[in-house]
Unconditional design. Structure first.
Length: 81
């Protein structure tokens, strides 16, 4: 599973990363988690607002910090697919 967290490194971006890692640990799931702060890479990925979260290349949220419950649902879905 590939997870990308897009953002410049602000509090909200850091919070999204922390929540994602917490949920991965709680669900005992392995993933390649990458924090992307390069503006060119964000543009190439089509990210228009940060923070943003993609799982296996699919944009799950943008412009807000997702709840741990939302992240857990997305990760469970990705793990089954």
């Amino acid at each position: 599973m590939e997870i990308r967290i897009y953002g410049p490194g602000c509090y909200r971006c850091t919070e999204l990363e922390k929540r994602t890692i917490n949920v991965l640990a709680r669900l005992n799931l392995a993933a390649d988690v990458e924090k992307v702060s390069d503006l060119n890479r964000m543009t190439e990925a089509g990210i228009m607002a940060t923070p943003a979260l993609t799982i296996n290349g699919e944009l799950k949220c943008s412009g807000r910090v997702a709840s741990e419950a939302e992240i857990a649902a997305w990760l469970k879905e990705a793990a089954q697919g």
